[in-house]
Design a protein around this ligand. Structure first.
Ligand code: AMP
Ligand code: ZN
Length: 137
């Protein structure tokens, strides 16, 4: 598949394996991995493998592929015991987009783990162990 990457983009570097990530799922067009911030247990990012900066740059095909993966991961996380997901996209600097490669945040919740707003200090999470637990087969 022909892919367009931006060598200065941290998420493109993750796709190319130049920067490690805690992978949850990968297919031909998308990659999902744990967010490094440890603000919410299971916080996952889904990205297209083609570099598209944000929503206004995204093609229908990319959105289809990305949301197909979001859907797959949500189903899997429900099966793993989470009972709610916030699905969020920050598109543009004035809304706080810090990485300019389109990404969908999945923020899983359960009764014992409600979303705290605003997020407090980082949680004590071992991302490697969590990724091993949540990774799709
Ligand atoms: P946004 O503010 O919507 O652009 O979100 C960017 C997200 O990327 C933040 O939640 C960061 O914690 C996350 N992030 C940045 N670098 C990495 C990385 N190397 N691995 C995993 N997540 C990252
Ligand atoms: Zn990129």
């Amino acid at each position: 598949m022909k892919t367009k990457r931006n060598p200065n983009c941290i998420f493109c570097q993750i796709i190319e394996g130049k920067i490690p990530c805690y992978k949850i799922y990968e297919d031909e067009t998308t990659l999902a991995f744990l967010d490094i911030s440890k603000d919410v247990e299971g916080h996952t990012l889904v990205i297209p493998k083609k570099h598209q900066a944000s929503m206004q740059d995204a093609t229908n095909c990319t959105l289809h592929n990305v949301f197909k993966t979001v859907n797959k991961i949500c189903k899997h996380y429900y099966a793993k015991g989470y009972t709610g997901m916030r699905i969020q996209i920050n598109s543009g600097e004035t809304v706080g987009q810090s990485v300019h490669h389109l990404h969908v945040h999945i923020l899983p919740t359960k009764a014992t783990q409600p979303l705290k707003e605003p997020a407090t200090k980082p949680l004590q999470i071992n991302l490697e162990e969590l990724a091993n637990l949540l990774r799709l087969p």
